[in-house]
Design a binder for this molecule. Structure first.
Ligand SMILES: Cc1cc2nc3c(=O)[nH]c(=O)nc-3n(C[C@H](O)[C@H](O)[C@H](O)COP(=O)(O)OP(=O)(O)OC[C@H]3O[C@@H](n4cnc5c(N)ncnc54)[C@H](O)[C@@H]3O)c2cc1C
Length: 376
């Protein structure tokens, strides 16, 4: 397995350097969604990474997924989000789907590079996910979905949406069910594209359900299993969010080192000043520590160790805090040039910010970590 993962890292690194890095600044400047990269990632199998092996995937090997996300994030946050959102959108199908649902959607994803989306957050349920209001009312064999999801990555461009909706309001933790909804389903529409400060090449919009009728076959797992499916998917994806943060931080650190060696002030490269050396040493230490946490969390999940929630949350929390700290320090090392769009570090700083917010803002990660430590 280690050899295969190393091969995956080499392929991801080459893809990042050859085809993503040259496009990164333009993707950010124009906000254009890079469909050409979707095709390229599809060819490399990056859109099917978590799928079963017969569909070109790794049978859910989270470490491989983290490796690819990290390598692409080193050069372009938006492009890494394509792979990350694809994985998160696919997870509910893999966790809750029947064998025939898994086969059907895996074939669609691996053969057609169909994009997926994970539609959980809604207007009422952000940090407090359990309070989502989107509902799916059972009508005979069908469900009628009504509600409004917010900020969904890949909304309006994905083919398949993993949607979480309330089926039995009176049932406590079992009030939520999970569905797959296909693009073009009557009653499914989208809000305008969000204008974001970072990850500008990634598309996020609201997802609106107005009497959107889906069939029993669209239900993932049993009715009432949606909460568990959502929580399991988020627990699995948090280290990958951390891997994205590590990649962005490493990209900024690499650039800052290169710049510090080139920039001459007071007759010497600024890298000869201890103040800059210590900043670089601190940045590198934080990135290494974050990477260790991310891959330790991924390894525990891959080894099917129980109770991985704490480490999964710690890895996402620490890596995203590291990303914003390291990218901000990289801007500082470049001085005024760091603040200008001519250099990539300001983009990396803007891209890093959202890693502290999505998949549970860091206040929620800290709360989760404390809950695990304090439980009796
Ligand atoms: C670019 C982007 C892409 C996204 N993609 C997706 C996606 O694909 N699918 C999806 O479902 N969602 C997505 N989201 C939504 C994201 O997961 C939510 O924004 C996030 O969970 C926070 O919810 P909220 O924005 O409603 O903030 P709120 O819940 O309103 O929280 C606001 C602030 O209060 C804090 N807070 C809330 N409750 C507590 C508490 N109990 N204790 C301490 N602090 C608290 C939060 O940490 C935060 O700082 C995306 C968001 C962004 C910005």
């Amino acid at each position: 397995m280690e050899k295969e993962r190393q091969m995956i890292r080499t392929v991801a690194e080459k893809t990042a350097q050859r085809i993503v890095q040259p496009r990164a600044a333009k993707i950010d400047a124009t906000g254009e969604f890079p469909w050409d990269l979707v095709e390229a990632f599809g060819k490399q199998g990056f859109l099917s990474l978590l799928l079963p092996e017969q569909f070109g995937g790794t049978n859910g090997d989270l470490t491989s997924f983290c490796i690819v996300v990290e390598e692409i994030a080193k050069v372009c946050g938006s492009s890494s989000l394509i792979i990350l959102a694809q994985g998160v959108g696919t997870l509910p199908i893999l966790l809750g789907g029947s064998p025939s649902q898994k086969d059907f959607y895996s074939t669609e994803i691996s053969e057609k590079n169909s994009l997926t989306a994970f539609a959980l957050s809604d207007e009422e349920g952000g940090a407090e996910i359990s309070s989502i209001k989107t509902e799916a009312e059972k009508q005979g064999e069908d469900y009628l979905i009504n509600g409004h999801k917010c900020f969904v990555t890949h909304a309006s461009i994905a083919k398949f949406y993993s949607v979480f909706a309330v089926t039995r309001p009176e049932r406590g933790a079992e009030r939520i069910s999970a569905f797959v909804v296909e693009e073009g389903t009557p009653g499914l529409s989208f809000g305008p594209r969000e204008e974001k400060i970072g990850m500008r090449g990634s598309v996020a919009t609201d997802v609106i359900f107005k009497n959107c009728r889906v069939f029993q076959e669209n239900l993932l797992g049993e009715e009432g299993e949606g909460w568990k499916i959502a929580m399991d998917a988020i627990n699995l994806s948090r280290p990958a969010m951390g891997a994205q943060a590590v990649g962005i931080a490493q990209g900024a650190l690499d650039f800052a080192i290169h710049y510090a060696n080139e920039r001459i002030q007071f007759g010497k490269p600024i890298s000869s000043f201890q103040a800059i050396q210590f900043m670089i040493a601190d940045m590198a230490t934080q990135v290494e520590a974050a990477r260790e946490l991310v891959y330790q969390a991924a390894a525990q999940i891959d080894a099917k160790i129980e109770d991985t929630e704490k480490l999964s949350a710690i890895s996402k929390y620490f890596a995203s805090e590291t990303a914003i700290k390291v990218t901000t320090d990289a801007v500082q090392i470049l001085g005024g040039y760091g603040y200008m769009k001519d250099y990539p570090v300001e983009r990396m700083m803007r891209d890093a910010k959202v890693t502290q917010i999505y998949e549970g803002a860091n206040q929620i990660q800290r709360w989760l970590i404390a809950q695990q430590l304090l439980k009796r």
